[in-house]
Design a protein around this ligand. Structure first.
Ligand code: WTA
Length: 650
């Protein structure tokens, strides 16, 4: 069966005014279809190359791609120096907002000085192109400066989310054999300083257990919370005593297009995180192209804000490389959305006149839970474009986002991509696409994706299957660090015969051929032989006025194969009427999707288990629902959430 198709869903055509000024045009699809490689060559030429490339794509070593063969460039120069050289040095690159209320504006000229100083210091301690540097920092300007300084020298950075544990940091430092670790003394967490350098000390160990590769730990003073910060002489240095003392002049070198720009570890199906490898020329080309077209960015006019942390790929591509390569002015916010209160994001939008705002659906649903009177108390009229990333966005949240944050006019770009894809792959083009709430619509010009069945046959409109990328793309991963076999096995073995990349997501075409990402394939349930996406049931539940957030899993069921188990959080002030409410919710799902999608069990819970990146841990909910011992909970923000859930079910 095909799940309730939403093809009749109301579409939102672009307004004439938006279309008239949009960067993207419908004709781009035709141009890319006519000559894909020429189209990408054109996009690559938006960057400054020291040596021109002589071949657009070399796919002879598939699945290891080479893009822009023979070309050389400097990524940091493309993100900073070239704007200064073009007379834009006084433009603000970064409006930085600290959690406790401090702030700092950095112009492109200042950014160039800061990046040059850091690069000079990294060279002074003997780092050379190809060496790896671990960056374990909160969202302070020095984190972005460090990434760019690495890029400037051809050092490969590995940013480790500062919410990860010492153990997680150690395994990543060891795997990459990082020579330098950059951190801060502490970080702000909801208004209070918390230690961070201490986790680095614990991670790096001492004596026989010391991380062998690490020569230096560079510490930025941020919280100043500890006068007697533990210090390892000879290894640890303060940023202010070293980087700040360097010359602000630095002559950059050009690197090969394929030079590894960064590693970013992401969790896989096994316990060991994978170090995803990204290139320089191809990565920057696509990060830059997507930023320009998907966000319709206008130099010197827009103020962009991506709410992601630099610890995730969204923070790499749309806080650093995408916006800065386009000479954008952006907001970088250090803290959480409710510090000191739930008005924080909207105050920032108002203060800086943010025009383009890019966040995850989970935050949108959190805003909905807090209530619209909070955003309504602010002038958000500067906002002209909204973006969503990281998970399927339910139509309810999509409409709320557009109406409440976007003044009922801002187009929404629902952007599908992954750590592995490096940049946005599937998304509406603002000003061109008539978007449907909840659909990522179609692959961008230059990108080819397909939905196929088990055997690799394309599915028809109205059907679902596996999402595959059947053509290489410039910002594709170049491998898993040090593990060629795992790279082939994880992404290229499922459809090895065809040579397609398997994204691990399910998707379907609606009756009009629009593409709907259904979520990870392991999140697709099979109920009595019917395939139902967890995202769809969640969306239906969230469609009920009393529900703030929902997580759904398929739990083993003797009769039906799998049974649907839901966990819901109620909106502020909504009364839990027990059986009556559960009945209403089941009815709601029945009406929105089909009676077969009715959850077998609905649990009203106070909180959902989430990773620090905001993803609901469905695997663990499945363990709970199936009465198993809990698997690894170390990546959860708050493992105690489960006690509350268990008690509710008891
Ligand atoms: C999911 C984040 C639906 C998907 C950039 C993918 C999405 C995984 C969307 C990658 C979207 C991301 N709609 N699902 N717009 N964007 N996903 O590596 O399951 O943290 O495979 O990259 O997030 O997550 P990652």
């Amino acid at each position: 069966m095909s799940p309730a198709t939403t093809s009749s869903a109301q579409g939102y055509p672009p307004s004439k005014e938006f279309a008239a000024q949009a960067n993207a045009t419908a004709e781009m699809y035709d141009r890319a279809d006519a000559d894909r490689l020429e189209f990408w060559a054109e996009q690559a030429r938006r960057l400054d190359w020291d040596t021109d490339f002589d071949q657009v794509l070399d796919w002879s070593g598939a699945p290891f791609a080479k893009w822009f063969v023979g070309g050389t460039l400097n990524v940091a120069v493309n993100c900073v120096d070239r704007h200064v050289a073009a007379g834009k040095g006084e433009r603000v690159a970064i409006h930085w907002v600290g959690e406790p209320g401090d702030s700092r504006d950095l112009t492109y000229a200042q950014l160039q000085d800061e990046v040059s100083k850091a690069a000079n210091y990294f060279s002074a301690i003997g780092l050379v192109a190809g060496d790896r540097v671990a960056i374990y920092m909160p969202m302070v300007p020095e984190a972005l400066i460090s990434m760019l300084a690495c890029a400037r020298l051809g050092l490969t950075h590995s940013v480790v989310f500062a919410g990860f544990s010492a153990g997680a940091l150690r395994s990543r430092v060891d795997d990459a054999e990082a020579k330098l670790v950059i951190t801060t003394d502490g970080q702000y967490r909801r208004g209070k300083p918390a230690p961070l350098k201490a986790a680095v000390d614990e991670a790096l160990g001492s004596g026989d257990d010391a991380a062998k590769s690490v020569e230096k730990v560079l510490v930025v003073r941020r919280t100043n919370h500890d006068e007697n910060l533990p210090w390892v002489d000879g290894r640890d240095v303060w940023w202010e005593d070293t980087v700040d003392e360097q010359s602000a002049t630095h002559s950059p070198e050009a690197f090969d297009a394929e030079h590894p720009l960064f590693l970013l570890y992401t969790s896989g199906t096994t316990g060991k995180p994978k170090g995803i490898v990204h290139s320089s020329g191809g990565y920057l080309t696509q990060a830059s192209y997507t930023f320009h077209n998907v966000f319709d960015h206008k130099e010197g006019r827009d103020v962009f804000w991506c709410g992601a942390d630099i610890g995730w790929v969204t923070g790499h591509s749309y806080l650093v490389y995408g916006p800065l390569s386009n000479g954008a002015t952006e907001v970088v916010y250090e803290g959480t959305p409710n510090s000191p209160n739930e008005h924080r994001h909207f105050e920032i939008i108002e203060k800086y006149g943010v025009t383009i705002y890019y966040i995850a659906p989970t935050l949108i649903r959190t805003f909905m839970k807090w209530g619209r009177e909070i955003p309504d108390a602010h002038d958000l009229s500067s906002v002209r474009l909204l973006g969503s990333v990281g998970e399927p966005i339910n139509p309810e949240a999509w409409k709320w986002y557009r109406e409440v944050i976007g003044g009922d006019t801002a187009p929404i770009v629902d952007t599908w991509w992954q750590t592995e894809t490096g940049a946005i792959m599937i998304s509406p083009l603002p000003g061109v696409t008539e978007a449907k709430p909840g659909s990522a619509m179609k692959p961008l010009p230059g990108i080819s994706a397909n939905i196929v069945d088990d055997q690799g046959n394309p599915v028809s409109h109205g059907e679902q299957g596996y999402l595959v990328l059947d053509q290489p793309w410039p910002s594709m991963l170049r491998g898993i660090w040090g593990d060629e076999d795992r790279f082939r096995e994880t992404y290229w073995s499922r459809f090895a015969e065809q040579g397609w990349y398997f994204a691990g997501d399910g998707a379907r075409y609606d009756d009009d051929g629009a593409l709907w990402v259904l979520g990870r394939v392991d999140d697709v349930m099979n109920i009595s032989g019917h395939r139902i996406s967890t995202a769809e049931v969640e969306s239906a539940l969230v469609g009920h006025a009393g529900v703030a957030e929902a997580a759904v899993i398929g739990a083993a069921d003797e009769t039906t194969g799998q049974g649907i188990v839901a966990f819901v959080i109620l909106r502020e002030g909504v009364e839990n009427t027990g059986e009556a409410l559960v009945k209403e919710l089941r009815e709601q799902v029945s009406i929105e999707i089909s009676p077969i999608a009715k959850p077998r069990e609905i649990n009203v819970v106070p909180e959902l288990p989430k990773t620090r990146s905001g993803k609901i841990m469905r695997r663990l909910l499945k363990d709970v629902a199936e009465g198993r011992e809990l698997g690894d909970t170390s990546t959860l923000v708050d493992p105690s959430v489960f006690e509350a859930i268990r008690q509710k079910r008891a």
